[in-house]
Design a protein around this ligand. Structure first.
Ligand code: BTN
Length: 327
């Protein structure tokens, strides 16, 4: 958006519903009243609801529900994550863009899109990325061995759950990385990695949050097991503000990951877990394991006790709860 339009929005936001005349705006920006009017009309076309009265001036009634990258940069309280924010109206997948640019950009770079044409989920599934969600990828460059990769996914789940809890949404984590509210999915995380000889080069954390999406836009099979923030809190959230708080939570977890014992993180993950204690069926490329989820290992593997009391440690797989298998 051009600087004059940005300034007009800022002036109208600051006036908190009181009218501001075209004259006053023009003087502040060093442009004519006619130019102000031209920008106001352009802003209306972009979805800003600006009332105008010839006697009093302009009032901003509402802004389009878009993530505002400038506002995001302004309110971010992080020192690494989000230092570089790439905002797009539409992409095929933020993870694809992240993968392309990762070698050339600093750690902490965030790619966010209003919609994705080919959003990807885990295990080769499609991720429906309709307007109103928060679809983004975060590039991290931790110097860790490849076998520790799942830990990064676990911290992302904790960060999302904590950001949701911060706005009163009772979020829990389903192993390995779904965030659920009352058993319904509100967020999915897709971790992709580039590694050389067992050492991580960069990690792409692709995070999809059903923020203000219309659940009715989701496909039948997905809809019944999904929820959104708006559905849980009863109104739309400001996605820019929520994303800022999530990136902050993510940075806190990342700092903790680098500076503290991982057992501290595991304890928090377990306290947020939806899975521990449940009867599960975990499908991996090689086997299907059924039993009770009893814990999680240092490496982030799910520990399942089967009916013969044999312990299985599963590092990656698709987990379903036994009581939902027939539903
Ligand atoms: C899952 O639960 O299957 C993971 C879903 C991950 C979706 C996000 S949205 C942003 C990023 N870009 C993608 O294509 N996928 C991830």
């Amino acid at each position: 958006m051009n600087d004059n339009k940005k300034s007009i929005i800022k002036i109208l936001k600051n006036s908190e519903g009181n009218p501001v005349s075209g004259q006053e705006i023009g003087e502040k920006l060093g442009i004519t009243r006619a130019m102000v009017w031209k920008y106001v009309r352009a802003l209306r076309r972009e979805g800003y609801d600006i009332r105008s009265s010839p006697k009093t001036g302009y009032i901003l009634d509402s802004c389009p529900d878009k993530i505002d990258p400038d506002e995001l940069r302004g309110i971010l309280k992080t020192s690494l994550i989000g230092n570089d924010i790439r905002y797009h109206l539409d992409l095929d997948s933020t993870n694809n863009t992240a993968r392309e640019i990762a070698p050339r950009v600093p750690e902490g770079t965030v790619i966010v899109a209003e919609t994705q044409r080919s959003g990807r989920g885990r295990m080769g599934t499609e991720w429906q990325s309709v307007p109103g969600g928060i679809w983004f990828s975060l590039i991290l460059k931790p110097s860790i061995p490849l076998e520790n990769l799942s830990k990064i996914t676990l911290i992302a789940g904790i960060a999302v759950a904590n950001a949701l809890r911060g706005i009163g949404v009772d979020a829990h984590i389903k192993w390995p990385n779904d965030v659920l509210v009352k058993g319904k999915k509100i967020c999915g995380i897709l971790t992709e990695v580039s590694a050389e000889v067992e050492k991580v080069d960069h990690v792409i954390l692709g995070i999809g949050i059903n923020a203000n999406i219309k659940l009715s836009e989701l496909k039948d099979g997905i809809r019944k097991n999904s929820t959104s923030i708006a559905n849980e809190v009863g109104k739309s959230v400001n996605r820019t503000v929520f994303l800022a708080s999530l990136l902050y939570e993510m940075e806190q977890e990342y700092i903790r990951f680098k500076t503290r014992q991982f057992t501290e993180i595991l304890d928090e993950w377990i306290s947020l877990s939806d899975t521990i204690g449940k009867d599960v069926r975990v499908t991996t490329p090689n086997v299907i394991i059924e039993g009770k989820a009893v814990g999680i290992t240092e490496k982030g593997a799910l520990v399942v006790l089967d009916k013969n009391n044999k312990k299985h440690e599963i590092i990656a797989g698709n987990c379903r709860y036994s009581d939902q298998l027939l539903k």
